[in-house]
Write a protein that binds this ligand. Structure first.
Ligand code: SAH
Length: 342
């Protein structure tokens, strides 16, 4: 079966030509897929015989919203059931600068961060480019909110599924499709160094976010197992290199954890390691995860001040969707433990 939704426009053209159709049919098909068509029968400008052939050769299964939770602040969390029955979540957030969708990159995650709910049950599988794209298309279609920004900050580690993520970026960027510009896309990683290096070589104009959470090896290895493979000191060096190659400033995510990563000496160390690179520290209030022994820091303002005293740019992230468990690190777990998924 052909996975049409993971194919680029030139590939679709080629496919249809190989089926004996004119190339422009490829663009018509791409356009239907980009609008979230749910059946081939909807595609009225395609000849009936072609639609029948596509039905037998290709999969089109749309993700099904099996749960939709709306927050008081307008945030919507979707739980999508994929063609094979696995579930992933996406979150629509409404900001003054535009509507943003936060999408998942994998079913589960194998990175094992100690404070994150998405990784507790491990990774089930990678998402295909089409499944990544469908989260954007169907969030827009269902909510009616025109999306201008995408963040790859949901469940999963994008760098652990980088080939599919790169193809997704090409698809969502296409002017004949969603047409969302690279500068409106952020990708967040827990610090998988080869992935960052590969992105640097490509020099894409997207925003790279690095989940830092601790500037010293000891603390970081304790809360983020990935640090044992890719140490934070080397991570900073690779980030410096990324900035030199792309000219893009990196955003560092930092969930404030009580007594773990909120000491002044850690702020001092961050400032030292950021020297020479216009980074941006994004302090995130830790969201309490039931299974986790960690608690939100009470020193966020002091930590911010300390960083600022060294000239570091700092923002504190406003948390949206807290009342529906749509906030950072809280996706999927409840659904998984509960009745309606997997
Ligand atoms: N795997 C990628 C992207 C997904 S997580 C990454 O690690 O960057 C998105 C962000 O939420 C990451 O910065 C992650 O560390 C953070 N996060 C996870 N659990 C959290 C929690 N309980 N509270 C606050 N932030 C959390």
């Amino acid at each position: 079966m052909i996975d049409l939704k993971s194919m680029t426009l030139p590939e679709l053209r080629e496919l249809l030509v190989s089926m004996g159709e004119p190339a422009f049919r490829g663009k018509q098909l791409f356009s239907w897929l980009s609008r979230g068509a749910e059946s081939f029968d909807e595609m009225m400008n395609l000849p009936l015989a072609l639609r029948e052939r596509l039905k037998t050769d290709c999969i089109l299964t749309p993700p099904e919203a099996i749960r939709k939770q709306e927050s008081k602040d307008g945030t919507i969390k979707y739980l999508w059931r994929l063609a094979d029955g696995n579930c992933v979540e996406s979150v629509l957030m409404r900001y003054r600068h535009g509507n943003t969708v936060c999408i998942s990159s994998q079913v589960g995650c194998r990175m094992g961060c100690a404070f994150c709910a998405s990784t507790i049950a491990g990774k089930v599988r990678d998402l295909t480019p089409g499944e990544l794209l469908d989260q954007v298309i169907f969030t827009q279609k269902d909510s009616g909110a025109v999306l201008s920004n995408i963040v790859l900050m949901g469940i999963g580690e994008p760098m652990d599924n980088l080939d599919n993520v790169l193809r997704f970026l090409e698809l969502v960027n296409c002017p004949d499709g969603m047409n969302i510009g690279m500068r409106h896309i952020s990708l967040s990683t827990c610090g998988v160094i080869p992935g960052i290096q590969r992105l640097a070589e490509l020099s894409l104009q997207l925003t790279l976010s690095v989940s830092l959470h601790a500037p010293d090896s000891e603390t970081r290895s304790r809360i983020m197992p990935v640090n044992r493979a890719y140490d934070v000191e080397e991570l900073f060096a690779v980030c410096q290199d990324y900035f030199r190659k792309t000219g893009r400033r990196i955003s560092f995510e930092y969930a404030m954890i009580d007594g773990v990563n909120d000491h002044d000496w850690q702020a001092d160390l961050i400032a030292k390691r950021l020297r020479g690179m216009p980074g941006h520290m994004n302090l995130i209030p830790l969201n309490d995860v039931e299974e986790s022994p960690f608690h939100p820091s009470r020193r966020t303002a002091a930590f911010q001040k300390r960083l600022e005293s060294h000239g570091v740019t700092v923002t504190i992230r406003r948390s949206l969707g807290g009342d529906i468990d749509a906030a950072c690190g809280q996706l999927r777990r409840k659904a998984q433990k509960g009745e309606d998924s997997q």
